[in-house]
Design a protein around this ligand. Structure first.
Ligand code: ATP
Ligand code: MN
Length: 464
């Protein structure tokens, strides 16, 4: 009896000399005039294909050769043998073939190679079958596993913060509204919308961050993290923003900003290291086909300490850089991607953590410094992706928090539950948010964030 084996396993430690059963999709087929054909089979378990040798002794040979076009699905039973060809250790000599499904060569969109990434976005249902998107899927998977490993090995509790939220926090303008009201009918009637009639009896939205709810758990179960989809309705059509992306948000009681920066640094190093170790084949592919610096960049990050600079020092460096930037550099203004990239790609050629940002450009929950001008915020900037982490030590003082809410034009009543954490057993605490897709930009060298998530959502674009 032959046993089903995945292509990756066959290629690795293949049980040479035994009969195997492999199943997958045909990538290419070459026919020889001598009455046999080579079929490259891929089942997604690895970048590499398994070569199948089909000769005319296989029952139904002539028919099969016509059916085995690119994209068709097939089962092959045959002997795994050492391959005489260069570049592969083993191949399968088919004894028996079954075609599950054909793929019309005239119509199958991936019949030809070399489609642009723009075109592939339009066929998001088929693009995982290409080498690039298969590799991204495996690297993304390994990265998620590494994220859980890192936190689980340190005793963090994985908390699921809500995806639908009625706390109109942070950036109300950036939120997607969730409603079951009949908008078309209401528009006809031209009456004011009564949210008490809506599904939750009040206005609801998709979450822009799980942080505030994460804090409630950090102040109960201790070190914890959320990891889930995050939605931002910001109209930024850049290569680094998605309307739906995945964010990892750890929150730690008894951490100050330095502890927070150290955790962020250890975290990034650890997850990159695991991907480099577990996905060497896919990473080599990105280095060869997408950006030749990706391995060097990731290895550098893994083996060096991050540079830490205050925001004020960074502004000074940018002002003295002699560079012409599109956006102005001035103390009090937020850094733009071009500034972040100058620091990490040209000036220091390594990740940089900036801290102590002007309070006027940062959120209400960040802890105020005694200078009255800055807050205990930190951003981790890396080559290529720019900001991948934004975090802070949280304001744990009740009176300061309430004053800050007012200063930011927010109503403390709306945050009563968040303020309660400062009312009952408040502790110093800190946390950050890491954008999963930004890490993938860094790792893979892909230029556009739309190409590192299975189904990208951006303004005016949501396929399927
Ligand atoms: P940026 O300045 O790059 O727009 P931000 O400061 O608005 O980001 P934060 O609110 O600090 O982002 O979110 C934490 C992290 O989430 C960011 O460092 C980034 O890695 C990621 N992130 C934020 N917005 C997006 C987005 N629209 N698409 C993808 N990732 C994002
Ligand atoms: Mn940020």
């Amino acid at each position: 009896m032959s046993q089903r084996i995945k292509v990756a396993a066959a290629l690795k430690s293949g049980p040479v000399g035994t009969e195997v059963d492999v199943r997958g999709w045909v990538r290419t087929k070459r026919e020889s005039k001598q009455g046999f054909a080579f079929v490259e089979l891929n089942d997604g378990s690895s970048l590499a294909n398994l070569q199948v040798v089909v000769d005319q002794s296989v029952p139904g040979y002539a028919e099969f050769i016509k059916l085995l076009t690119t994209g068709s699905s097939v089962r092959v039973v045959g002997e795994l043998k050492t391959s005489p060809a260069k570049g592969q250790a083993v191949e399968v000599h088919a004894r028996e073939l079954t075609v599950y499904g054909t793929a019309d060569a005239e119509k199958y969109p991936l019949q030809k190679k070399g489609h642009s990434f723009e075109f592939l976005r339009e066929i998001a249902h088929l693009r995982p079958r290409t080498n690039t998107f298969g590799a991204i899927a495996r690297v993304r998977n390994e990265l998620c596993s590494a994220i859980h490993n890192f936190f689980q090995s340190r005793g963090f509790v994985y908390v699921h913060t809500p995806i639908i939220t009625t706390s109109d926090c942070e950036g109300a303008g950036q939120m997607f509204q969730v409603t079951t009201l009949d908008l078309a009918r209401l528009a006809q009637k031209q009456v004011e919308i009564d949210y008490s009639q809506d599904f939750f009896g009040k206005r609801a939205s998709l979450t822009v961050s799980g942080q505030l709810e994460g804090e409630t758990f950090a102040c109960a179960v201790g070190d914890c993290y959320t990891f889930g989809p995050t939605f931002r309705a910001e109209n930024s059509n850049t290569t680094r923003h998605l309307s739906e992306f995945w964010m990892v948000e750890p929150e730690m009681p008894f951490y100050d900003l330095n502890d927070n920066m150290q955790l962020a640094e250890d975290f990034i190093r650890s997850i990159l290291k695991q991907v480099l170790e577990k996905c060497p084949e896919d990473m080599k592919f990105f280095a060869e086909r997408i950006d030749k610096t990706v391995l060097e960049t990731a290895e550098n990050i893994v083996s060096h300490d991050f540079l830490r600079l205050s925001y004020t020092e960074a502004i000074d460096i940018l002002e003295k850089s002699g560079q012409t930037f599109e956006f102005p550099v001035k103390w009090g203004l937020d850094l733009q991607s071009e500034h972040e990239r100058y620091l990490t790609e040209q000036k220091f050629k390594q990740p940089v953590i900036l801290y102590d940002y002007p309070r006027a450009i940062k959120s209400f929950y960040m802890r105020c410094n005694d200078d009255g001008k800055t807050v205990r915020a930190m951003d981790v900037l890396v080559p290529r992706a720019g900001e991948i982490i934004g975090g802070s030590q949280r304001e744990e003082r009740l009176d300061v928090l309430v004053a800050r809410l007012q200063e930011c034009g927010l109503n403390p009543d709306d945050y009563w539950w968040y303020i309660d954490l400062r009312r009952y057993g408040t502790v110093p605490h800190a946390g950050f948010g890491l954008g999963l897709e930004r890490v993938l930009l860094l790792l893979t060298g892909m230029a556009n964030i739309r190409d590192v998530i299975p189904y990208p959502r951006t303004p005016k674009h949501a396929e399927f």
